[in-house]
Design a protein around this ligand. Structure first.
Ligand code: ADP
Ligand code: MG
Length: 411
């Protein structure tokens, strides 16, 4: 293994250097050490397994929860000349892919977690050469996490068949409890965790009670030039919101949700990515796998699912590092509905869900720095005041905020 990682990075991707903790993660993987990398969305997690995959002997098996994301990743990997394939129920060239793996002609093989437990796949791996197991969206393995997928629990027996093959778990969204759970579930040593900084200093956070949400968001749009995303909870809501905002602001506004005709959905997404001033009203289905650096604002017309979800969704703003705004509008009815929904999930999960909602309530209701609460949630200890959130920029009446906090958080 003569090549040095930076020269591989430059040669394949054309990037001058690694970013943040990428180099640390890559070095561990190349040294055969199992690792959990907690890195924010957009930090460049994919590269931390793709690059070692091109340098190590054998194939990196990449576990990914969504077939659509897998195909995006595949295209991106192939675009830089990495030999990659997916092995999923929708692929028609499975025999060919198996052959390429057995012949040692694949750097990366993407699979869904449920495949890991099949005898077929176990046999295939036995007959080839595995260099690395990369587990993307690793929080899915934890019941404590916000997106538990039971299929992720099927991975461990397969991993344990290869004690000498390093495991690389990747996630953007893990609080301390979830992280500990991932290490435990996937058999990664505690000192194998690398956490990247979560702060996005160019994003200005603001959170307001709803008054007239459509008018409030129209005002935000008028004040904020550039492209933006408005997250709306229901499919019908995205279309209503798009119509109202279009009329109110005169900006190009489109709707996006999973129920739209696929052709329309594709077009709206592509136009948004290309546009400098379009606003898209979307359900949370929108955003995963979209790489648009110049989103200038993200608005929430209601409560997100959790602080992790809020961080991930607002994180789609300002990836280019230029100033961007994240503005959440919430009402008491959002909390009431969320509490009701918690009452309907299986009892074992209710305490975790309730804690998640309370954390969100604390963020919404604080009279202090929003960023501080957000980062503390990810285990960081930022200064008392960030100077770039609504409360730091214009401190609210502390007594008022405490009153409302009591009203919504106690019940
Ligand atoms: P994540 O999975 O952490 O959200 P991705 O792996 O999708 O992030 O990468 C996000 C973007 O960052 C991609 O467009 C990728 O090409 C880019 N990127 C990754 N590493 C670097 C780097 N070292 N220098 C510049 N751009 C990078
Ligand atoms: Mg990723």
């Amino acid at each position: 293994m003569a090549a040095d990682p930076v020269s591989v990075l430059q040669k394949l991707w054309g990037f001058p250097d690694f970013r943040g903790v990428q180099r640390q993660v890559v070095d561990r993987v190349l040294a055969g050490q199992s690792t959990l990398a907690v890195m924010p969305t957009g930090a460049g997690k994919s590269l931390t397994y793709q690059l070692p995959a091109t340098m190590l002997d054998g194939t990196a098996i990449v576990v990914s929860p969504l077939i659509a994301l897998m195909h995006d990743q595949l295209r991106a990997a192939e675009a830089v000349g990495i030999r990659a394939a997916t092995l999923t129920s929708v692929d028609e060239n499975k025999a060919e892919t198996r052959g390429r793996f057995l012949d040692g002609e694949l750097d990366l093989l993407y699979i869904a977690p449920e495949r890991a437990s099949t005898a077929d796949f176990r046999d295939l791996l036995e007959r080839g050469r595995v260099a690395l197991f990369a587990i993307d969206e690793a929080h899915c393995v934890s019941e404590w996490g916000h997106d538990f997928r039971p299929d992720y629990r099927l991975l461990r027996p397969l991993l344990d068949r290869y004690p000498d093959v390093p495991r690389l778990a990747l996630t953007a969204t893990a609080d301390a409890h979830t992280r500990a759970d991932i290490l435990d579930q996937l058999g990664i040593p505690e000192d194998g965790m690398i956490v990247a900084g979560f702060d996005r200093p160019n994003i200005r956070y603001a959170i307001s009670p709803k008054d007239n949400t459509t008018r409030q968001i129209a005002d935000l749009i008028r004040d904020t030039p550039g492209a933006g995303i408005v997250y709306v909870q229901s499919r019908a809501g995205t279309e209503r919101m798009a119509d109202s905002l279009r009329t109110a602001t005169g900006r190009p506004v489109r709707a996006y949700h999973a129920g739209l005709d696929p052709e329309v959905r594709r077009r709206n997404q592509a136009d948004f990515v290309a546009s400098e001033d379009m606003v898209i009203c979307a359900t949370v289905a929108f955003g995963m796998g979209i790489d648009k650096p110049d989103v200038r604002f993200v608005a929430h017309a209601g409560l997100p699912k959790s602080i992790e979800a809020y961080y991930q969704e607002t994180g789609r703003a300002g990836r280019d590092g230029d100033p961007a705004v994240a503005h959440l509008f919430w009402g008491a009815e959002d909390f009431a509905r969320a509490r009701q929904r918690i009452g309907e999930v299986e009892p074992a999960r209710q305490p975790g869900e309730r804690q998640r909602l309370n954390a969100l309530g604390a963020l919404a209701e604080t009279a202090g720095c929003r960023r501080r609460i957000l980062l503390a949630h990810f285990g960081e200890h930022p200064p008392q005041s960030c100077g770039n959130c609504d409360n730091c920029l214009s401190p609210p009446d502390a007594i008022d905020a405490t009153e409302t906090a009591r009203k919504y958080l106690s019940a």
